[in-house]
Design a protein around this ligand. Structure first.
Ligand SMILES: [Zn+2]
Length: 322
């Protein structure tokens, strides 16, 4: 009883604090500006644990959470990024780790080291080997970002959030509901990165018509690709973020996410055209597009935003707790 009263009280406080912690409306907002967060970091309902169980190469390793997060930063974000972007990544990675640890994703482990499943992680030996003389400077910078945000994570309704992140967006992030189950704090918001900051921001993939047909038929045998290649392309529907929601090919409507997987596209922000050389996908950005854009965070930090403003922008409605 006491506990439920306390929880209700906490929820009430959170509800009262929510409006002032929300970033400004994003729909017609210009690109994010430097906006130092002023609200206090709230006490967490449950503190972040000291250790993490990491599934790596078929084995479960028990690591201090802070050490693990340094390895995640090394795998997920260039050490050359701004300190505030690295701090935002540290909080997002800590939050994601806690979120996974509370679910049944990996029996006996909280997270795995496969970036396609959970988040990337580099062990110290491989970093020393790859970074050579730059090791001390780089690891020190990553460690500083993790230490400066020790214990901090993003919370929604008292629990760690699904803090998804990705490399770069195409003008706006993706609504989580277009990729996975919708989340109130994972909605489409503007993201400021461009080809000026992001390597290979726009990529192209050429596919000969016969390869295109074989790839499509292997996944969707019901598609009618018997006529001329120019007849295969049907209407495209875009979602609110501008990415491909569905594209009809050979009379079959495919989701953008399905096409991304099928052809190994870097994102679902693409156009498809038939050229003299074959089918050409032109793709903008990299990753699923949900949650924080890492390059977007870097550009925001370059423009003076602190990590809390970055997190509030990409995860609107969440609370930073410790
Ligand atoms: Zn995993």
């Amino acid at each position: 009883m006491k506990r439920s009263v306390r929880l209700a009280y906490t929820a009430l406080i959170l509800a009262l604090l929510l409006p002032q912690l929300r970033p400004p409306r994003q729909s017609e907002a210009p690109l994010p500006e430097a906006e130092p967060a002023t609200a206090a970091i709230l006490p967490a309902v449950a503190p972040a644990p000291e250790t993490v169980r990491l599934l790596d190469g078929g084995e479960i390793r028990k690591l201090p959470l802070q050490d693990y997060l340094v390895g995640v930063l090394a795998g997920e974000m260039p050490a050359s990024f701004e300190p505030e972007a690295l701090k935002a990544q540290a909080v997002a990675a800590r939050t994601y780790t806690l979120y996974c640890g509370s679910g049944p994703k990996h029996p006996g482990a909280d997270v795995c080291s496969d970036p396609g499943c959970c988040q990337a992680w580099r062990d110290d030996d491989s970093l020393r080997r790859d970074w050579g003389e730059a090791y001390e400077q780089r690891i020190g910078k990553l460690r500083a970002a993790v230490d400066a945000t020790a214990g901090e994570y993003l919370s929604y309704e008292g629990a760690p959030v699904f803090a998804a992140f990705h490399a770069s967006s195409a003008g706006a992030t993706e609504d989580c509901g277009e990729v996975w189950n919708p989340q109130p704090y994972l909605v489409s918001v503007p993201s400021p990165e461009s080809a000026a900051e992001v390597p290979h921001y726009v990529s192209r993939l050429l596919c000969a018509p016969l390869d295109f047909r074989d790839t499509l038929l292997a996944a969707r045998p019901e598609a009618d690709l018997s006529g001329e290649p120019s007849d295969w392309l049907g209407p495209v529907e875009h979602d609110a973020s501008g990415r491909v929601a569905t594209l009809t090919l050979g009379g079959v409507r495919l989701k953008g996410t399905e096409l991304r997987k099928l052809f190994g596209l870097r994102s679902t922000a693409f156009t498809l055209a038939l050229t003299d050389e074959g089918f050409c996908f032109t793709v903008t950005g990299s990753g699923h597009g949900v949650g924080m854009s890492q390059y977007g965070a870097e550009v925001m930090a370059q423009n003076g935003a602190d990590y809390r403003a970055i997190l509030a922008h990409y995860y609107p409605g969440t609370l930073l707790v410790r």
